[in-house]
Write a protein that binds this ligand. Structure first.
Ligand code: SF4
Ligand code: SF4
Length: 353
């Protein structure tokens, strides 16, 4: 597979990287087989996080690293951006991944001052990252974030060599200033959510029956020559085969295809739930992603409406139970008006439930 340089980390990474977010959902055997298949097909970058399955993703990857560590770059991260929290997390990641070093370590989802301030303050998480780098426990320092202002600030700070951001045909905010800045500072930006955590593949614009395909989503991201590495969350060897085949044979989008997909992405809109579950837990036990996805689908796929009513009847924690604590909206990287969407779902689905 084609490899590209990931900014000033100088890592030569495969265009497609293994996203470890979904492997907690499958058995150890299936996860291990999927990782092996990825490496067999030339994928040389595996991305995971402490919080994926509460360490389960790292542990499953660790089983393969026992034998194949030398074939791959590893990336992991923690949401605890304090000095002590970062130190502890790096040790836990090293142990779970069964490795002596991690190629890239990131503070996870630095999208608010709650994580940015403890990271950047004197004696904060960044200091722990630098110490780990000096000790050879990590090789490069990156960040992940959904907040475009903070992304720019972290790129400008000169402290980060790479950064993981969102990019897909319906969310192209990275284009322009962020990519310009990263190029100027030689920060390697790599991308997640090219399928919108799979949600994108299920959606049609209102009044249309066209859904984005895996190939359209991947080709769109691969065609952006300023993005060296595209992560895809996979959970089976078949999905690896499909993604690798697309990456190995893709032709950059023509001008007409670009126009078509961009218009299509605009029609899809960005205001839908990605199912990332960062908004949870809700003190009222609301299954927010499931309810929001129901209304997202209903707005775009009218034939799902009867199924939606049936599904909604099974949910506890609707808007009627909400105590307006606002925690979910503060945590949502998409900044969705969650309570408004929950209300909409209730108005739509609760009438006959
Ligand atoms: S605002 Fe409502 S839905 Fe959101 S976390 Fe609080 S109680 Fe749950
Ligand atoms: S509401 Fe926001 S935080 Fe919650 S799952 Fe959807 S996109 Fe993620």
């Amino acid at each position: 597979m084609e490899v590209r340089r990931l900014g000033r980390t100088d890592m030569q990474v495969s265009r497609i990287g293994f996203g470890g977010m979904t492997i907690p959902k499958v058995s150890v055997e299936q996860a291990v087989a999927t990782i092996h298949r990825a490496l067999d097909r030339g994928v040389n970058f595996i991305d995971t996080a402490r919080v994926y399955g509460n360490g389960d993703s790292e542990r499953k990857i660790g089983r393969v690293m026992e034998d194949r560590r030398g074939e791959v770059y590893l990336s992991s991260r923690t949401p605890d951006t304090s000095y002590d929290g970062m130190k502890k997390a790096i040790e836990e990641s090293l142990e779970a991944l069964r490795t002596e070093y991690i190629d890239l370590y990131e503070p996870h989802d630095v999208s608010s001052s709650e994580r940015y301030d403890p990271l950047m303050r004197t004696g904060g998480g960044l200091k722990a990252l630098k110490e780990a780098k000096e000790e050879g426990k990590i090789r490069h320092i990156g960040f992940t974030s959904h907040n475009w202002d903070l992304i720019k600030e972290m790129i400008r700070s000169g402290e980060f060599e790479a950064g993981l951001i969102t990019y897909n045909l319906a969310n192209r905010e990275a284009e322009g200033e962020v990519l310009d800045l990263a190029e100027e500072r030689d920060v390697g930006l790599f991308v997640m959510k090219v399928f919108g955590n799979a949600s994108l593949l299920e959606l049609s614009p209102p009044e249309e029956d066209r859904k984005p395909t895996v190939e359209e989503c991947l080709r769109f991201a691969l065609s952006n020559h300023r993005l060296p590495l595209i992560l895809t969350g996979v959970k089976s060897p078949e999905e690896i085969e499909q993604n690798v085949a697309i990456a190995n044979s893709y032709q950059p989008l023509s001008a007409a295809e670009q126009r078509d997909l961009r218009d299509f992405g605009d029609r899809l809109g960005r205001g839908y739930c990605y199912g990332c579950e960062y908004c949870l837990p809700c003190p009222q036990d609301s299954n927010i992603p499931a309810i929001l996805q129901l209304i997202d689908y209903q707005e775009r796929i009218s034939w799902e409406w009867p199924q939606g009513r049936k599904a909604y009847a099974g949910f506890s924690g609707t808007i009627e139970d909400c105590i307006d604590c606002e925690q979910c909206e503060e945590r949502c990287p998409q900044k969705l008006p969650i309570r408004e969407r929950l209300q909409k779902a209730h108005d739509r689905f609760a009438e006959t439930s």
